[in-house]
Ligand binder design. Structure first.
Ligand SMILES: *Cc1c(COP(=O)(O)O)cnc(C)c1O
Length: 443
């Protein structure tokens, strides 16, 4: 099963019909609990000695399990855990790696809610962030590493300016320091980029976005590459003895690292964070994610092609002053793009209106086809003004790095015809500037 290529695995990966009444599509196991058999069998299940046994859907559910197996295969990981949102995936991963306190290095042009969490919430749990302007300045990153550093965290493609992270370079710096590299790979999805292949240790998704692709379910995924050594003395939480592992452990070391070795991170996410903190994904949402995944390659190929056409149109639009889309041939970071993103960088781009904040708002109000809302990775094309909506939590001192001006607009490109999308933008921009001329004439 694991040897199939991407397009086969996204349809069949992690699912065996014979184990599910021969159902051709993954069934929705919309139930909380599973009968335990006789008392003796129940005890074996409770001790964790029965493979593939389900007891209670917070601990495990067969529909959700197929999604977890499939995403692990698509990303080349050893195991994955599905959670109820992308933010839950980020939260659990940061807590799991830096529990009890520590420092994490990250760029500050991050997803707005992640940045807010890193700045205002995690410090209350003893986890501090060293936020940098340029995550690819590897020499500066090296200098920031301290004994308390627990991880390097980055987004493979940044939001909203689509900067590319040098994943292989960051992985080398992280591993030299004995810490893992955690990558939020939401924007490219595993179809366009697989960070584990370049040395990342943990990959996170808001599968709410391009993986689902239809804007109909909030969900998150955590994928473990299974190569990091959690037994290196920097992560005591993986080395302390755990009562619940005592009976599954064959030996005296019943810590997560002792029992699960290099799978300690993902097992601990599942058995500690998901089971005890409880942000589980429902089976129906998992089903929608699986359905979305079945067409991921075709959707992204079309959406990337349309994104490029739109970026080209915006580049020559006189009322646009900057286009941020590292997928463009003449955009900065061409080397990183060629190395990591031969199929394109994704379906999100942003641009700045060469005009006033009021004119920028008028563009948002004048589009008819683009939906104005805070989401990305939908089959419908979307528009938003990040500075006022998705990135409003970003502190003033960080706004310049993300080009977060009142003139910035972010697009997420869907599956409509590119001609219709371009004419919608064209007419909205024309209207924004016409009205300005009218106002002047009247004044
Ligand atoms: C949306 C998003 C998140 C948060 O995901 P939710 O599913 O909304 O919780 C995290 N990272 C990135 C890059 C995102 O776009």
């Amino acid at each position: 099963m694991t040897n199939y290529k991407f397009n086969t695995a996204r349809i069949h990966g992690g699912y065996i019909p014979e184990e599910h009444q021969n159902a051709a599509e993954v069934p929705i196991y919309q139930n909380v609990a599973f009968t335990l058999g006789d008392a003796e069998h129940a005890e074996k299940i409770a001790r964790g000695n029965v493979p593939n046994a389900y007891t209670y859907s917070r601990v495990g559910n067969p529909t959700v399990a197929v999604l977890e197996k499939r995403i692990a295969i698509l990303d080349g990981g050893i195991e994955a855990v599905a959670v109820s949102s992308g933010m839950a995936a980020i939260t659990y991963s940061i807590l799991n790696v830096a529990e009890g306190g520590g420092r994490i290095i990250a760029p500050f042009d991050l997803y707005g809610a992640a940045l807010d969490e890193f700045k205002t919430l995690f410090p209350k749990y003893g986890i501090e962030f060293d936020l940098v302007a340029d995550i690819n300045d590897l020499a500066a990153i090296k200098r920031l590493i301290k004994p308390e550093t627990k991880a390097i965290y980055t987004e493979s493609i940044s939001n909203p300016t689509t900067k590319i992270s040098d994943v292989a370079g960051l992985a080398a710096v992280a591993h030299q320091a004995g810490v893992p590299l955690i990558v939020d790979n939401t924007f490219p999805t595993p179809y366009l980029f697989q960070p584990l292949k370049y040395g990342a240790d943990i990959v996170l998704y808001s599968s709410t976005k391009g993986i689902n692709g239809h804007g109909n379910a909030v969900s998150g995924l955590i994928v473990d590459g299974g190569k990091f050594n959690w037994n290196n003395g920097k992560f005591p939480q993986f080395q302390e003895k755990e009562f619940i592992l005592k009976e599954v452990a064959a030996k005296e070391d019943y810590s997560y690292a002792g029992v699960f070795g290099n799978a300690a991170f993902i097992k601990r996410i599942k058995m500690k964070y998901l089971r005890l903190m409880g942000a589980v994904l429902g089976p129906f949402e998992a089903y929608l994610e699986l359905l979305g995944l079945e067409t991921i390659s075709e959707r992204l190929d079309k959406e990337v092609a349309t994104s490029l056409k739109i970026a080209h149109y915006l580049k020559q639009e006189p009322h646009v002053k900057n286009v941020y889309y590292t997928g463009l041939e003449d955009a900065p970071q061409a080397e990183l793009r060629k190395k990591y993103f031969p199929k394109g960088i994704g379906t999100i781009l942003s641009f700045e209106i060469a005009g006033t904040a009021a004119q920028t708002k008028k563009v948002v109000d004048a589009v008819k086809l683009f939906l104005y809302l805070p989401n990305v990775g939908d089959s419908r094309s979307l528009i938003v003004n990040p500075n006022k909506i998705t990135h409003r939590e970003v502190p003033v001192e960080y706004q310049a790095a993300g080009h977060l001006t009142d003139q910035l607009l972010r697009l997420s490109i869907g599956l409509e015809d590119s001609e219709d999308l371009i004419s919608d933008l064209k007419s909205a921009i024309a209207q924004a500037f016409e009205e300005e001329t009218d106002d002047k004439n009247q004044g």
